[in-house]
Design a protein around this ligand. Sequence first.
Ligand SMILES: Cc1ncc(COP(=O)(O)O)c(C=O)c1O
Length: 390
Amino acid sequence: MTMDALDDLDRIWDRHGTGSLKWDGARARFGAEVLPMWVADMDLPTAPVVLEALRRRLEHPILGYPWLDHEYLTAASQWMRQRHGWGPETGQTLVASGVVPALFAAVRALSAIEDTVLVLTPVYPPFLQAVRSNGRRLRTLPLEPDAEGVYRIPWEQLADALSGARLLLFCSPHNPVGRVWSAEELSSLVELCRSRGVRVVSDEIHADLSQLPHTPLPRLMPEAVLLSAPGKAFNMAGLGGAFLSCGDEEARRLLREELERSQCQHATLPALVGGIAAWREGGPWLEGIRSYLRGHALYLAARLAADLPALGFRPPEFGYLAWLDLRRYGQDDERIDAVLREVGLGLNAGADFGPGGAGFRRLNFGCPRPLLQAGLDRLQRALDLLSPPA
Ligand SMILES: Cc1ncc(COP(=O)(O)O)c(C=O)c1O
């Protein structure tokens, strides 16, 4: 497959029987046959440069332990510098098996049992689990949509919520509310966190799919911990692999020790080979994917505005995750689930994303256009079955 793959993105690939969580695991998750528009991987081919690098590597028949960490981290730093105008020094980076294991390890490394950890919700559910399952106190602060439906940080409440907290787990860009935080917003956040002595862990795994300029948090706050991976942008989540960076030497030592204690300081051979290829050679392909997804987001917004205006939908500022407010169609989440099952549509339940999520659903539109159209037909049927807004 070559760059021509970008001309064929509307092609539907049958993923059944490929061991896909999204497709093969959908019946177990939803209790029905659904069109799965939930977990965050795309129904589009993985970046061809990644597939080619894996194929090349498989020409050698021995798949032993890898020795590629340095190349992986160098490629990651260079990629970030070129793409986002800031990249970590390679001496300040560490390999991890995935962003989620790294997030859990960061909580253990940089806080103690019973410490308070703040999370802005609704948010990717492992943020909540990383705090709870490690015996820290979870403090949540809901983001607030403004009059245009743009989610904002409630600054006054944030100042209070940071008091007495040890860590802030921050999602930038923010899954699921669709925001790419501006440099101004990030500067205000840094100022408040510094004034209250709160360390920030910034998960930036969606940054490469931003439709707006993305500012890596450590550019403004070198002592922050950055977590990222090529899994989302290049659609290679099944391989795992991630990196951390932190400009504070002592915090970095604690992170390294915790990664080793929990034995998640390695990435697999395919993750390393694929990641290096993605960062070194995947830029042009990624541009094509971003523009394809931008087209989807605009299509989605136009169609929802025309057919389901009560949703008041705003397209996300990055990636392929749409956050749908179904509250005007009824407050009963179970009834909404039943209707979605009836029409055969598998979406993520908003309640799983913590306070502020109930009554919402997350729709993954990282798929060929015909699948998106079919999904929206089903969504429309579902909302017709629910009590229409007055
Ligand atoms: C914000 C965020 N972080 C991390 C992940 C997953 O990271 P990994 O597969 O590297 O553990 C996701 C996946 O959806 C995500 O949305």
